[in-house]
Every structure is written in structure tokens, then in C-alpha cells.
Unconditional design. Structure first.
Length: 342
């Protein structure tokens, strides 16, 4: 089968799936099935430990506030850092600030930069096809969570990183992380220690050591463990819910949807059909009421010199390219005219 007919066949399959929501088989790389313990153990453990929020001794309004603030701050290291900056290069930022965002993302325990970016770029390359790592066209739960728990041999191998994340691995810091597969756990554990130490020291200002210990434990349970679970499910909802439920502004070749609820919790990421229609654009707001908090925050970073080269929508990019081409043409004519006159 030649390239043109293969592409046509793939487009036909995607269109059929989009309109009929026929279930796909799991990616070929997941057969035979093997549990990926490196993901399975931390995911199950953090969910289990987060249940400690129901222990009354660990409750405090301070812990609740730390949790809610952390959901936004750390969640944005994924949305703004891993996704819009590293995956799609929709804006530029100083390297030191990029590394700060990545450290924050590592504290979310959502994998290393190279693996996260490779997975997402593979999703865009094969969106809602069988080789999509997390399409909910398999099942909703597969797209939301199960795909993380099963080894995908086509995803977790050197060739996929070479193809989808070579630019990321050119950074020595990210290569250092990638050479140490368990390093995200180190960052995650280190933040828990910092949270506990700071909370314990602060609590000693008004209570005894036993009270400070309970307060610190509550801060870790709410501010680290529960926050991690919430950020996980917000991120995973973009993979699952926004490929099943919502409306479409654009007739893209997959089942991406705009979902207002996911957009609310994920700071704009729920306008997923808009994103698939123009992945390079920094903004996913295509209608006036589609609020994109992440884009507003990128613009705010630009005001203080921490973001530039913010990529606009495709229509603007095309208009700028055409204007530049016209300007180059004029310059070439002027140079030629001067040469003739000389």
C-alpha cells in the first residue's frame, strides 16, 4: 500500500471512529500484557496514602489551603511547563526558569520530561488511532488511567525518545534525569521532606512537638499526597474526557472535544479540540468565552521578561509569513534595481 492510500485509509478510519465511537484495540506494543511496576506501585501507593485525609488529626484549614494552592501551582508546571513549553514550544523562556518548571513537574510524579513529551507527541501523531498511547477509544478507563499501568514496548524504548523527544534530551539536565529512571521519585520524596520540615518548624511557634508533628503530617497528606492525586486526575481527564464529551469547533481527524468542565479545572486544557486544530498555538481560546488561564499566565510572564516568542494562532502566523515574503520580494527588487543602475 502506498503512502497516499495509507494516509487516506487512516483518515477514513479516524472519521469512522469519530462519528461512531467504535472501540479500538489496545496498542500493539502492549501485547503480551505486562504490568509496568515502575508506574503501578507509585500510583497505587499515593492513592492509598492520600486516603489519610479522612483522619481527623491530619485536618487543618492551612493544609486545605496548601493543597488547593498546590493544585494550581504544581498543575501549571505540567500544563505550562511540560505541555505548552516543552512539548509544543509555544513560547520561549530563560533556561533556568524552564528548569524550575520541570522540577515542579517532577514533584507531580508525572514522569520525566522526555517520557512525558514523547508520549504526548506520539499521541498527536496517532491521535485516536490504535497506536495512540492513551486514546479512550479503547475504553474510557484505558484512556484515563489503565494505559499507564501496562508496559507499552513501542513507547518505552529508545527509538521513541529519539523520534519524539530528541530536542528535550539535548539538555544535559533532562538527560541526567532520563539516565536515572527512578529520579522522579527522588524529587517527589525530597519535596515531601521539605514540606514536613517547614511545617514542623512553623508549628513549633504555637504548639509542642507532638502537635507540630501532627500538623506537619497533615500538610504532607493534604499538600503533597492529595494534591498529587488531584493533579493526576485533572491531567488524565484531558486524555479521557476531552476525547469523548464536549463540542467541536474544528473538524479535526480525531475525536478531540472542547469540554468546559475540564477547561475549568485544567486552566484551559479542556478546549482540546481547539488545541488539536492548532497544536503550536500558545492559546487554546478560539471563542470569546473559552477562558484560557494558562495563556493569560504566559502573557503575564511575558510582562516580566520570563516569556517571549509566544506563538499566535495559525491565521496570524500565515499572515505574518506572507507579509515577510512580500517584504523579502520588495528587498530583492530594490537590490536588483540598484545593481542595474550601478
Amino acid at each position: 500500500m502506498n503512502g497516499a492510500s495509507s494516509h487516506a485509509s487512516a483518515c477514513t478510519e479516524r472519521t469512522f471512529l469519530t462519528h461512531n465511537r467504535i472501540s479500538l484495540e489496545r496498542p500493539t506494543g502492549t501485547e503480551p500484557r505486562q504490568v509496568l511496576l515502575r508506574y503501578f506501585v507509585p500510583i497505587v501507593a499515593v492513592h492509598a496514602l492520600a486516603l489519610a485525609v479522612f483522619v481527623p488529626a491530619f485536618f487543618s484549614w492551612t493544609a486545605v489551603i496548601v493543597c488547593l494552592v498546590g493544585v494550581h501551582v504544581f498543575g501549571q508546571t505540567i500544563t505550562l511547563g511540560y505541555h505548552r513549553l516543552l512539548t509544543h514550544r509555544s513560547f520561549s523562556t530563560p533556561r533556568w526558569f524552564e528548569h524550575v518548571l520541570v522540577v515542579g513537574a517532577l514533584c507531580c510524579l508525572e514522569d520525566s520530561p522526555a517520557r512525558w513529551i514523547a508520549t504526548h507527541r506520539m499521541h498527536h501523531a496517532h491521535s485516536d488511532e490504535r497506536e495512540d498511547p492513551h486514546t479512550p477509544m479503547v475504553t474510557f478507563l484505558w484512556g484515563h488511567l489503565w494505559w499507564l499501568l501496562v508496559r507499552n514496548r513501542e513507547l518505552h524504548q529508545r527509538g521513541s525518545y529519539e523520534r519524539y523527544a530528541r530536542d528535550v534530551l539535548s539538555d544535559p539536565f533532562y538527560m541526567w534525569i532520563e539516565k536515572r529512571p527512578w529520579s522522579p521519585l527522588w524529587f517527589y520524596a525530597a519535596q515531601a521532606v521539605v514540606y514536613a520540615a517547614v511545617a514542623f518548624a512553623a508549628a513549633l511557634l504555637w504548639t509542642d512537638a507532638a502537635g507540630a508533628a501532627y500538623f506537619a503530617a497533615g500538610i504532607v497528606v493534604w499538600g503533597v499526597l492529595l494534591r498529587t492525586v488531584l493533579v493526576w486526575h485533572i491531567t488524565w481527564s484531558v486524555n479521557s474526557l476531552t476525547h469523548i464529551f464536549g463540542y467541536r469547533n474544528h473538524d479535526t481527524e480525531e475525536n478531540s472535544r472542547n469540554n468546559w468542565l475540564v477547561a475549568l479545572f485544567a486552566c484551559g486544557e479542556g478546549w482540546h479540540n481547539n488545541h488539536h486544530a492548532d497544536p503550536a498555538c500558545c492559546s487554546v481560546r478560539h471563542r470569546w468565552w473559552e477562558l484560557d488561564i494558562t495563556y493569560l499566565e504566559v502573557r503575564a510572564l511575558g510582562l516580566v521578561g520570563l516569556a517571549w516568542d509566544i506563538v499566535p494562532r495559525r491565521a496570524v502566523r500565515v499572515a505574518r509569513a506572507q507579509a515577510a515574503a512580500v517584504e523579502r520580494g520588495r528587498s530583492e527588487v530594490e537590490v536588483t534595481s540598484r545593481a542595474v543602475e550601478a
